[in-house]
Design a protein around this ligand. Structure first.
Ligand code: NAX
Length: 334
């Protein structure tokens, strides 16, 4: 059997982690022959809740779990980790402004970036989930200069999955029949869910989504708005943000990073932009279509971008530039 890998989940006493930890522990993410040491970080007041989570992990009696470390100390949590899934943060409640969320969380991701820099393996793969995920990811990158910035990504797979599900439901097919949707930009309501290059299998025949749906007004209107607003709709209904679907998306994201994308397929992921190949400003964590091989992502090149898409891609980049400015002003003032 392989050596165990050390997987850190922050916010481990929270609602996303409660679903996520089971997915990881039973082998759905890193494979059913990969032993794990689970490292669970939360804040001091949550330690008794975390004790309960540890008891439940033990009671699952899962053979891949070779150890569980629960702590509120970052030096212990980040020590020699192979993977960091940074969920812990203040979640957005109904009516909360994004700017308030940004300031509340920027500090956490600066501290945890520093802890990554100091204590983690240099090969660590870091996934940022806590919102605003793109900008928090950028803050963590900047705070961990000794770790390659390509090792960092942020979660837009939930938006990607939501887009697939909306198209499947419109056409009365299964989500697995829909491929190559794209989420461009920010994990926020300015994101651009794009199906220009997506395909769908209808009655055994592979078709372009635009041709299959044959309703441009819906694709350019309600479809985009529904995906953009889905998080808010879940909060309105549940009075809590998405958790089960978020845990599933995190598992999808990490599994794809670990095992790669199928040939001719891509997924959406927030990664650092260097300005290429779609003219997105550099030094932003922006969601792109990526293909993954050997645990390394590459942005899918040469996709034709029409004027409609170009405008939407610019709008979400503009929001990210503003978030970056707000975060860096705030972080330099504390
Ligand atoms: P919960 O409030 O249930 O859990 C968050 C946990 O993080 C709590 O246990 C809290 O004590 C802990 N925490 C706070 N500060 C911490 C710190 N400095 N170190 C370690 N732990 C800390 O929230 P949950 O519903 O689990 O959501 C977690 C985050 O995911 C939120 O920021 C939420 O907005 C974000 N989401 C991001 C998504 C994405 O697609 N990128 C989708 C789902 C979700 O909305």
């Amino acid at each position: 059997m392989a050596e165990p890998i050390k997987v850190l989940v922050t916010g481990a006493a929270g609602q996303i982690a409660y679903s996520l930890l089971y997915n990881i522990a039973k082998g759905d993410v890193f494979g059913n022959d990969q032993p794990l040491i689970l490292v669970l970080l939360d804040i001091a007041p949550m330690m008794s809740v975390l004790d309960g989570v540890v008891m439940e992990i033990q009671d699952c009696a899962l053979p891949l779990v070779h150890g569980v470390i629960a702590t509120d100390k970052e030096d212990e949590a980040f020590k020699d980790i192979d993977v960091a899934i940074l969920v812990g943060s203040m979640p957005r409640r109904e009516g909360m402004e994004r700017k308030d969320l940004l300031q509340a969380n920027a500090k956490i991701f600066k501290t945890q970036g520093c802890a990554l820099d100091k204590f983690a393996k240099k090969s660590v793969k870091v996934l940022v989930v806590g919102n605003p995920a793109n900008t928090n990811c950028l803050t963590a990158i900047k705070s961990a200069p000794s770790i390659p910035k390509e090792n960092f990504s942020c979660l837009t797979r939930l938006d990607h999955n939501r887009a697939k599900a909306q198209i499947a439901s419109k056409l009365g097919v299964q989500s697995g029949d829909v491929k190559n949707v794209i989420i461009w930009g920010n994990h926020s309501s300015t994101q651009y869910p794009d199906v220009t290059h997506a395909t769908v299998k209808v009655e055994g025949k592979e078709m372009n989504v635009y041709d299959a749906v044959a309703d441009d007004n819906w694709l350019k209107g309600d479809f985009i708005a529904t995906v953009q607003q889905r998080g808010a709709a879940v909060i309105k209904a549940r009075k809590l943000s998405s958790a089960m679907s978020a845990a599933k998306a995190i598992s999808d994201h990490m599994r794809t990073l670990w095992f790669g994308t199928p040939v001719n397929e891509w997924v959406s992921m927030g990664v650092i932009s260097d300005g290429n190949p779609y003219n997105i400003p550099n030094d932003l964590v922006y969601s792109f279509p990526v293909q993954i091989k050997n645990k390394t992502w590459n942005i899918v090149p040469c996709l034709k971008i029409n004027d409609f898409s170009c405008e939407k891609m610019k709008a979400t980049a503009k929001e990210l530039l503003q978030e970056k400015e707000t975060a860096s002003e705030f972080l330099s003032s504390i």
